[in-house]
Design a protein around this ligand. Structure first.
Ligand SMILES: NC(=O)c1ccc[n+]([C@@H]2O[C@H](COP(=O)([O-])OP(=O)(O)OC[C@H]3O[C@@H](n4cnc5c(N)ncnc54)[C@H](OP(=O)(O)O)[C@@H]3O)[C@@H](O)[C@H]2O)c1
Length: 306
């Protein structure tokens, strides 16, 4: 960070795909990172205890940090969307965000900025409509969760803290997330389009989502909703073809919509895999952010080389 060197930054969800990469990037830049951990603290210089499900957080240890980031939440695709698991997806995000933001709001010396994860699920399923941060939210389970998740940051911004809600796209990495799950079938030559293949996929390279969070931490004019998606969203067909070409594998094994629904359940299939939205990062590009991987071929090459 150029404008704010040597900051103390507390991070929730630090052990995850984005969190681990962010912690490494911030520490390499000379910042002190304090991970919010949901287990007993082992290293008090680097960790702060919290247990969001029980409303517990070590406020003394959190006092005085310069900035906070929260990326935590139960995995969206780790489990079939039963009513119980849907509640876990929602509560793990909304409760933890509210606990952190209420705690920060109560501090006399507040952090300069709070950056909270959100997701492009906010916009719902939108065909080929061009979407940016000025577009209204969508309908459906994920859109509702994202709305509640973003609203949970309210205590922080009402208390005067600058807050960015980062609406993250499909993160491309071979270390985790959607792409890592696709690699085995694609490498076996069993990859192919899902449903019609026309649905848009608004993706972002792991390195770029980490840089976007660092940009939000550093860049004082930025606040509110910020899309972290690459400037060139692609259809599922284009994504499939590009990945197949890079892996030198055929991609003719099209999975029809009914089969996708049978495999993962209709709601998850329709909202995560068969539906999509064509999203543009207007706030980031408008503020001068530059993507290291602006096109799908560059991003997939970078992910496959990780
Ligand atoms: N990856 C993507 O494609 C993508 C796309 C859109 C939005 N996002 C959002 O961005 C955030 C970070 O993504 P990610 O890919 O880094 O996620 P991730 O790898 O699944 O990590 C999320 C972290 O959340 C914490 N966590 C897990 N279960 C939890 C629970 N039940 N209650 C509270 N915390 C829990 C864990 O960290 P600790 O054990 O350290 O607490 C976990 O490492 C998530 O909220 C995700 O929804 C990700």
């Amino acid at each position: 960070m150029i404008n704010h060197p040597s900051q103390v930054i507390a991070i929730g969800g630090a052990s995850g795909l984005i969190g681990s990469a962010l912690c490494t990037a911030l520490e390499l830049d000379g910042h002190t990172v304090k991970r919010l951990v949901r287990r007993p603290v082992k290293d008090p210089d680097r960790e702060i205890y919290w247990k969001p499900s029980a409303g517990e957080i070590d406020t003394d240890a959190l006092q005085g940090v310069d900035a906070t980031v929260h990326l935590g939440g139960a995995g969206l695709a780790e489990h079939r969307w039963t009513d119980e698991y849907k509640q876990k997806i929602r509560e793990s995000r909304v409760k933890s965000t509210r606990l952190l933001c209420e705690t920060l709001a109560g501090f006399e010396k507040k952090p300069r900025v709070h950056v909270n994860a959100s997701a492009i699920g906010y916009y719902g399923v939108r065909g080929d409509e061009r979407i940016d941060e000025t577009s209204p939210g969508g309908k459906g389970y994920l859109a509702d969760v994202c709305r509640d998740w973003e609203t949970a940051t309210q205590p922080a911004w009402e208390s005067g803290i600058r807050v960015c809600q980062i609406r993250i796209g499909v993160v491309l990495s071979s270390e985790g997330g959607a792409l890592s799950k696709m690699l085995t079938p694609f490498r076996m030559g069993a990859g192919g389009t899902l449903g019609s293949g026309d649905q848009y996929m608004s993706w972002v390279a792991l390195a770029d989502v980490v840089s976007a969070i660092q940009f939000a931490l550093d860049h004082d004019p930025l606040h509110g909703a910020v899309n972290a998606t690459a400037p060139n969203p692609v259809t599922n067909r284009e994504f499939t073809q590009t990945l197949g070409e890079l892996l030198h594998r055929p991609t003719v094994m099209r999975t029809p919509a009914f089969a996708v629904r049978l495999m993962v359940g209709s709601e998850m299939a329709d909202e995560l895999l068969l539906g999509g939205a064509r999203i543009y990062p207007t706030r980031l590009t408008g503020e001068g952010f530059e993507f290291a991987c602006p096109d799908i071929r560059t991003a997939l090459k970078a992910a496959l080389a990780e």
